[in-house]
Design a protein around this ligand. Structure first.
Ligand code: HMG
Ligand code: MG
Length: 286
């Protein structure tokens, strides 16, 4: 039996959040429905964030209300504060995520507060989500490089990961937000983070700006990680991270993992169709 590696699908959220042109809610629903056929266990559908900050995610509730939920798939959303959690719970999400940064510069740019303030803000969110039996993911951005603060010391990442673990996050996803990491910097970062959290509770979230995401996944696999985030069609970027290109493409990760001998459980034909739809939606041709 080949060992299982999970790909968590990001296209509807990380993939679309940075698009300047407002994408029709129906197109977002069609994308999630196409992705639901691929075999993912988790799809990140939307963000319950301020619509002034990320206008593209303003229809999060409508998207969640419109999708056809497939049993066995968990549909999740980003929730930066209590207001976001309330919206997400009303939309019947199956999981939520809070998102912190390992660099102060990006914390200010993305959340309008310091790292410490963001962690304080997340505490009641995580507590209320857990009380409602919702799995909670924590993100840490800029885990190796930051366009505002420069290289990120691994110890800083480990500290934020420890806070998220103590708070109750079930899993922490480590973000190379601007896609500048190298296998060596990923390894150094993970060696620090693994002092704080088991590899089974960690995920790699690599943007592919410099074309090294697959190498960074290989470096993470070597240290025991078995969950990776990716976006069908390679869509994405973060509106508050200058220079951030898309998430690594799900189809590229699925191919690479198969070549390395892992099983992702994904239907490759359905994935090809969903990736084509994702690219068409981004290109305004859906
Ligand atoms: P703020 O301006 O400091 O917040 O923003 P505020 O509490 O003063 O509220 C300002 C306005 O937003 C108010 O409305 C609130 O009601 C409203 P007004 O009174 O002015 O009309 N508001 C909300 N509306 C809807 N839903 C909410 C919400 N919260 C406040 N949840 C805030 C602070 C956190 C809200 C803001 O900075 C924000 O929304 N940031 C989100 C930025 C974002 O979504 N970035 C992309 C996702 S992170 C990412 O991509 C990285 C990741 O992929 C990993 C990686 O790659 O590294 C996860
Ligand atoms: Mg991201």
């Amino acid at each position: 039996m080949r060992e299982r590696v999970e790909i968590v699908e990001m296209a509807p959220r990380d993939g679309l959040q940075n698009e300047k042109r407002l994408i029709a809610t129906a197109d977002k629903i069609a994308l999630v429905d196409a992705l639901s056929q691929v075999g993912f266990q988790r799809i990140e559908v939307a963000s319950f964030v301020s619509p002034k900050w990320v206008p593209q995610m303003a229809d999060a509730a409508e998207v969640l209300a419109g999708i056809t939920r497939v049993p066995g798939v968990r549909y999740s959303a980003l929730t930066p504060n209590m207001k976001g959690l309330e919206g997400a719970m009303a939309a019947r999400v199956d999981g939520v995520a809070v998102f912190a940064s390992a660099s102060e510069g990006f914390s200010q740019a993305n959340l309008n507060c310091s790292i410490a303030e963001s962690l304080e803000r997340f505490r009641p969110v995580v507590e209320a989500a857990k009380a409602a039996n919702l799995p909670v993911r924590g993100y840490v951005s800029m885990v190796t490089d930051c366009p505002f603060d420069g290289p990120t010391p691994p110890a800083k990442v480990a500290r934020v990961v420890a806070h998220l673990r103590v708070m109750g996050c079930d899993e922490v996803s480590l973000g190379d937000t601007v896609g500048q990491a190298r296998p060596e910097s990923i390894t150094a970062m993970l060696e620090a983070v693994l002092q704080e959290m088991e590899p089974s509770q960690l995920a790699g979230h690599f943007h592919d700006t410099a074309g090294r995401a697959l190498e960074n996944i290989a470096a993470s696999l070597a240290l025991g990680l078995r969950v990776f985030d990716a976006a069908a069609g390679g869509l994405g970027g973060c509106p508050y991270a200058p220079g951030a290109a898309g998430n690594v493409a799900t189809e590229a990760v699925a191919n690479h993992l198969a070549w390395l001998g892992y099983d992702t459980g994904l239907d490759r034909e359905k994935l090809t169709e969903a990736a084509a739809l994702a690219r068409a939606i981004k290109g305004g041709k859906a």
